[in-house]
Unconditional design. Structure first.
Length: 290
């Protein structure tokens, strides 16, 4: 009888040990998950930096999703995610209370119009650009291009890229109704394959399949953004709900580190915030950086 009791006790002890080990292992395998949601313009940088960070910090995973600036700000405000990626200041966005949100500027992005090659247009004036997006000009021949109808493609309402383009590219005018797309990558692909199409995207999405026109004689380059000659640009913000702690704080410091700012940032078409010779506040006031 005593022998049976000892066997039963031993079985219980082993079972408890196995459960404890399994739980500890599960916790270790799950690790720490950092979730970032929002701007598709910023998404490539956060994804790439997240992969590097996870590689150097075993057990930490950075999950990045798009959805646009509006989604990112709404999600971080509600506390549903760790990081809210945005192309605009939170205070510029309706329905967002930025009192508890902390702004981390991680890069600068230039934004450019992009035109389908068949339009045969590689330069525009600012006024022509506004006329195109407000449908006062509806054929490319009206601005010196091919006899081809202009097809507008917009980002969705709530997109930070759209808000920046309308504010600084269209001088505050609202783009006319047109088809809308959620991601910069989709927009770039559609412009490249749709005769007569025009839209806009951050520099990182421009390639040989589309034309980035000069505006008032100025080319869309990082150098012109840095100097202030190219006006269509925005900070890339990552917002946290309150001051970050733990691995989230470490990840934000990693993105701001010289390693990322000097390698991934320019490689992916962004501009380091530390390279800018001008700064812009939430109200649009431009200042020279000493």
């Amino acid at each position: 009888m005593k022998r049976n009791w000892l066997i039963s006790a031993a079985i219980v002890i082993v079972a408890v040990c196995l459960l404890t080990f399994g739980y500890a292992t599960r916790q270790k395998d799950n690790g720490v998950n950092i979730t970032a949601v929002g701007s598709t313009a910023l998404q490539p940088l956060v994804e790439a930096a997240g992969e590097d960070f996870a590689g150097e910090n075993k057990g930490v995973y950075v999950n990045v999703q798009g959805g646009g600036t509006g989604t990112g700000l709404a999600q971080i405000q509600s506390g549903a995610v760790d990081l809210g990626n945005s192309d605009m200041f939170a205070g510029e966005k309706d329905a967002i209370n930025d009192e508890k949100l902390v702004d981390h500027k991680v890069s600068v992005v230039g934004i450019s119009p992009m035109i389908n090659k068949e339009a045969k247009v590689d330069h525009l004036t600012k006024q022509q650009l506004i006329a195109i997006f407000t449908k006062k000009v509806t054929n490319w021949r009206q601005v010196g291009g091919a006899d081809l109808p202009i097809i507008l493609i917009n980002r969705v309402t709530g997109s930070g890229t759209r808000a920046t383009f309308e504010k600084w590219g269209l001088d505050g005018a609202k783009s006319s109704d047109s088809q809308e797309q959620e991601s910069s990558g989709t927009v770039q692909s559609m412009v490249g394959s749709t005769p007569g199409a025009i839209s806009y995207a951050s520099f990182g999405y421009l390639n040989d399949s589309v034309v980035a026109p000069k505006i008032d004689g100025v080319t869309a380059t990082n150098e012109h953004v840095i100097s202030g000659k190219w006006p269509i640009w925005s900070y890339e913000h990552i917002y946290t709900n309150g001051q970050p702690t733990g691995e989230v704080k470490q990840f934000l410091a990693y993105i701001d580190s010289e390693h990322i700012q000097k390698t991934l940032v320019p490689k992916l078409g962004y501009i380091s915030v530390h390279d800018m010779k001008v700064s812009r506040d939430e109200n649009g006031k431009l200042s020279t950086v000493d």
